[in-house]
Design a protein around this ligand. Structure first.
Ligand code: 13P
Length: 250
């Protein structure tokens, strides 16, 4: 089975609403590629204008986070229904920066994943080890645990639609990209974990991205790996380079 590639930008805390419109207008012609699903995950305040600016293009808009309750007294949070109504199709869940700075845990990640699925938003579930964990030889154990907890209560049919982003923390924003062998090895392990939890068909269907210092130079080799189905791109998603990353196969 051929999985369709998915390349997503994670803008993180960058771009005001007017800058967001400008960037989307610049990137729109550059990210056209019928072979790839293209997603721009933008700050919450940019979502409405980003959806409008992306109309008529192949760009789907995603959020960078959401809360797991329907509504209520949760000052500062964004509910899944708000995202859906605004036109959001994807949501990044459990990015390492949210785990590190905003106290997200595997348990909150799991709640958010379940809520996103319930609302028809595709979760992009992030996992990945620290440099210390890699040096200690526990990378695969750690990532397996993150994935297994994130997917508690998710059915096989639902799991087929989710996206997993393997992002080694030591490769994020450092310019130190994982080698293709390192990235492929962990993506294979994640797929094997999915096969264990569910079955082969689910493991074959699920899309696994690599993230961490992806550039126009590194994307073609990374995305050519059998188990790497695209990328989650930070810094380079804010530049025309993102067009080259999306068109890694041209
Ligand atoms: P960089 O591409 O800037 O390393 O960021 C990766 C990332 O965290 C995407 O979610």
């Amino acid at each position: 089975m051929m999985r369709r590639k998915i390349v997503a930008g994670n803008w993180k805390m960058n771009k005001t609403p007017s800058e967001a419109v400008e960037l989307i207008n610049t990137l729109k012609p550059l990210v056209a590629n019928d072979d790839v699903d293209v997603v721009f995950c933008v700050p919450a305040i940019d979502i409405t204008v980003a959806v409008e600016a992306a109309k008529g293009s192949n760009i789907a808009i995603g959020a960078e986070n959401m809360y797991y309750e329907e509504s209520g007294a949760y000052t500062g949070e964004i509910a899944p229904a708000m995202l859906v109504d605004a036109g959001v199709k994807y949501v990044i869940i459990g990015h390492s920066e949210r785990r590190e700075y905003f106290a997200e845990t595997d348990e909150t990640v799991n709640k958010k994943v379940l809520k996103a699925i319930e609302h028809g938003i595709v979760p992009i579930i992030c996992c990945g080890e620290t440099l210390t964990q890699r040096e200690q030889g526990v990378t695969i154990d750690f990532v397996r645990q993150q994935i297994k907890i994130a997917l508690q209560g998710v059915t096989a049919d639902q799991a087929k639609e989710v996206v997993i982003a393997y992002e080694p923390i030591w490769a994020i924003g450092t310019g130190v990209v994982a080698t293709t062998e390192q990235a492929q090895e962990v993506c294979v392990a994640i797929r094997a974990c999915i096969a264990e939890v569910y079955d082969e068909a689910t493991a074959e269907a699920i899309r696994i991205q690599y993230g961490g210092s992806v550039s126009a130079a590194s994307a073609p080799e990374l995305f050519a790996q059998a188990d790497i189905d695209g990328g989650l791109v930070g810094g380079a998603s804010l530049k025309p380079d993102f067009g080259a990353i999306v068109n890694y196969n041209k």
